[in-house]
Design a protein around this ligand. Structure first.
Ligand code: PLP
Length: 368
């Protein structure tokens, strides 16, 4: 039985009446950009993150870009981040004219290793960008302590971690800014691009609000040059429908993850995801395992039409566009090893138990 890596049509099948109505409502009222649904969604996401403020923006990438810009990041600054993430995390730093400084990951969580951050701090360091990879929050306590000690800003890349929790607190609520993506494959996915920036400080909130609309305040008066990065109302309308299901969906992902981990317990040569002690709630945006012989597993899964993806095959230290930064393969061994070993298996709320069992049986058979 083929098992797709992700099948969004299954979600639409049961949300159709509500989603259609929500979209038609926007088409009818015509407030297509930053309309009333955007305001409503901002309120709900702020509540979910237990912070007072949220600004809808055009994408998760823009959320990071605008948040870092609001931190004052610019030419000459250094920004510390993980070596192992989606490209956007590092790309936005370069786009602001600043220099990304990479730090190795902890092998278990795939997240930035807080013990290796301090050695990377210089007098040019402006901010730290921890990424909550695959849906598990990075070890925020030591990161925030370092930021305080060295007077650095913290921007959380929580694109894969909406509603996940660390020591009881939600992702995005720790740093100066928390950045979310509504890319369709995220746990809360829109019908296109979208993003959100949450924060605790009113001035930060207002700055981002101005940045997202060309830096204008009031309209047509520009003290600063901003961006066109506004959340489309139709995306917010769809997301409001989906918000009601987010908790149940993430719990369902957790069930699948637990079943996978149990199902792979007897297989040698596979390392299942580690849920850290500090993790209160893991949302499993991805279920990522490590295998020694990944090529063989890939080939066999392909034969059986079982979906998989490699997040991410190339660590930042090895990206061609960062060659000028002078890193070489091996500078961050944990990240390089992860890039060579990881493989993500199908995980989404609508995955059936039969499909899940098929994946478990296939992996057991292949690796036996
Ligand atoms: C998805 C993602 C982004 C970018 O979000 P977009 O909405 O696609 O721009 C940034 N960082 C991480 C870790 C992501 O997974």
């Amino acid at each position: 039985m083929p098992v797709p890596l992700l099948d969004l049509s299954r979600q639409y099948a049961y949300l159709k009446p509500e989603l259609d109505e929500a979209v038609i409502k926007v088409l009818t009222h015509g407030g297509f950009i930053l309309g009333p649904e955007v305001t409503q969604l901002e309120k709900q996401v702020a509540e979910l993150c237990e912070v007072p403020y949220a600004n809808g923006v055009a994408s998760g990438t823009d959320a990071l870009l605008l948040a870092l810009r609001a931190c004052g990041v610019g030419p000459g600054d250094e920004v510390i981040t993980t070596d192992f993430s989606f490209f956007a995390t590092a790309g936005v730093i370069v786009r602001l004219g600043a220099t990304p400084v990479f730090v190795d990951i902890e092998p278990e969580s795939f997240n930035i290793d807080p013990e290796k951050i301090e050695a990377a701090i210089t007098d040019k360091t402006k901010a730290i960008v921890p990424v909550h990879l695959f849906g598990q929050v990075a070890d925020m306590d030591p990161i925030m302590a370092l930021a305080q000690k060295h007077n650095l800003k913290v921007v959380e890349d929580a694109a894969q971690a909406i509603s996940s929790r660390y020591k009881g607190r939600p992702a995005g609520s720790f740093g100066d800014f928390g950045c979310f993506s509504f890319y369709p494959t995220k746990n809360l996915g829109a019908g296109g691009d979208g993003g959100m920036i949450v924060c605790r400080d009113q001035d930060d909130y207002e700055l981002v609000r101005i940045f997202r609309n060309h830096g204008a305040k009031p309209k047509y008066y520009h003290k600063i040059v901003g961006y066109n990065s506004r959340l489309a109302t139709v995306q917010a309308a769809m997301l409001l429908v989906k918000m009601k299901h987010l908790q149940a969906w993430s719990e369902k992902r957790g069930e699948h993850a637990a079943a996978y981990t149990e199902g792979f317990a007897g297989v040698s040569g596979i390392t299942t995801p580690v849920v850290k002690d500090y993790t209160t709630f893991h949302i499993y945006n991805q279920y990522t395992v490590r295998v020694a012989d990944r090529d063989a597993l890939k080939a066999e899964l392909q034969k059986r039409k079982i979906g998989f993806e490699i997040y991410y095959p190339v660590p930042f230290q090895q990206q061609e566009c960062f060659a000028n930064l002078g890193y070489k393969l091996g500078d961050f061994p944990n990240s390089a090893k992860a890039a060579a070993e990881v493989i993500a298996l199908p995980i989404y709320p609508e995955l059936t138990v039969e499909e899940r069992d098929e994946v478990i049986a296939a992996v057991n058979e292949i690796l036996a």
